[in-house]
Every structure is written in structure tokens, then in C-alpha cells.
Design a protein around this ligand. Structure first.
Ligand SMILES: [Zn+2]
Length: 196
């Protein structure tokens, strides 16, 4: 005679996983991280509302300026220059990026997302970047909100940044064909007639 296993109640973990699947997430949510990030932002909103308002327009302007400056330190400096060596920089630019990065005091976690890409100055094209981490743009050519790339290109134009590394359209096309899920590449080129 075989015993019928008792049907046990789902554990708390299983309940959470079922909830995530219901919301359409493919990967498990890291709840302790998610909750602390949400609380961090709620606290920030509360603090601003309670202590910072009303605020001078100069302060808002300064905050936006610092957002861009520190963002450029992270994306253009720590990430694209020092982590991936996707271009070279002269000493003045290195010092500038070091100062900009020091003012940030944080890091970013990119993902493939238009909104993330825009608020992180062009760092949201996660899949592309991890396929071609040496590409100084960290994205294909199509993204008009890749502000970090504009900054770097500015320093390129005055000679402070040089030796740029980029993925060619041929490389992008071939990779999309080999590993892609069928989503068209944003910057397609006809490689059937080239020497590729
Ligand atoms: Zn990277």
C-alpha cells in the first residue's frame, strides 16, 4: 500500500514566487533589495516635502547640473573609460572624470530599458553592452538620449579623448542573427553585398 503524500500549505517563499509570476516577472525579485530601494525613495520624497520645500529655482538648477555631472563621472568615467577601456583620455579629462565620479557616491545597475537608458545618460542598453562591452557608446547608434556619448564625443572633438573602440554594424548584425530573439537591430546594414 502506498501512502498518499499530504498536500502541505505553500511556504512564504512559494507564495512570493507565485505573486511574481502573476505580475509577469520571469526572474525572482530580490525582495530585501527591492523593499530597501523603495523605502529609500519614499524617505527621499518625504524629506524633500518636509524639509526642502519651498526650494529656490537655483537649487533645482544646481541639482540637475550635479545629476548630469555625477552621472557623467559614473557612465563616462568609472564605467566606459576605466572598466571597459573603450577609449583613452588625457590627464585633464581623467581628473575631471575623477572629480565628477567622486561627487556621485553611488553606482548604477543597468537593464535593457528606454526609461533607464535616458535617466542614466544612455546606460540602459544592458544586453547590447554585455555583448560589446568595449563599445564606448554602450549602445547602438540609434539612441538620441545617450547623453554620455555626446559628452565623450565633445571631449573627442577637443582632443581630450581618443582611441575609440566600437562594434561595427557587421558585428552587430552577425550577432543578432546568431544569438538574437528575432528583434530587428536598430541600425541594420545590408551585409549581403559587403565583403563580410
Ligand atoms: Zn559594463
Amino acid at each position: 500500500m502506498t501512502e498518499v503524500p499530504k498536500k502541505s500549505e505553500p511556504s512564504l517563499g512559494e507564495t512570493f514566487r507565485a505573486f511574481e509570476k502573476n505580475l509577469g516577472f520571469k526572474n525572482d525579485i530580490k525582495w530585501p533589495v527591492a523593499i530597501s530601494i523603495i523605502l529609500y525613495h519614499l524617505f527621499g520624497i518625504y524629506w524633500c516635502y518636509h524639509y526642502a520645500l519651498p526650494v529656490k529655482w537655483q537649487t533645482v538648477g544646481f541639482a540637475m547640473f550635479m545629476f548630469l555631472l555625477s552621472g557623467f563621472g559614473i557612465t563616462g568615467g568609472a564605467h566606459r573609460l576605466w572598466t571597459h577601456k573603450s577609449y583613452k583620455a588625457t590627464l585633464p579629462l581623467k581628473l575631471f572624470l575623477l572629480g565628477a565620479f567622486a561627487s556621485a557616491g553611488q553606482n548604477i545597475v543597468p537593464s535593457e530599458n528606454r526609461f533607464v537608458a535616458t535617466v542614466t545618460l544612455g546606460e540602459g542598453w544592458h544586453n547590447y553592452h554585455h555583448m560589446f562591452p568595449f563599445d564606448y557608446k554602450a549602445a547602438e547608434h540609434f539612441d538620441p538620449f545617450n547623453w554620455c556619448t555626446y559628452f565623450i564625443n565633445f571631449f573627442r572633438s577637443i582632443g581630450w579623448a581618443y582611441d575609440f573602440r566600437e562594434a561595427t554594424p557587421e558585428m552587430i548584425n552577425a550577432t543578432a542573427k546568431r544569438l538574437g530573439d528575432g528583434t530587428p537591430v536598430h541600425n541594420p546594414v545590408d551585409i549581403t553585398n559587403s565583403d563580410y
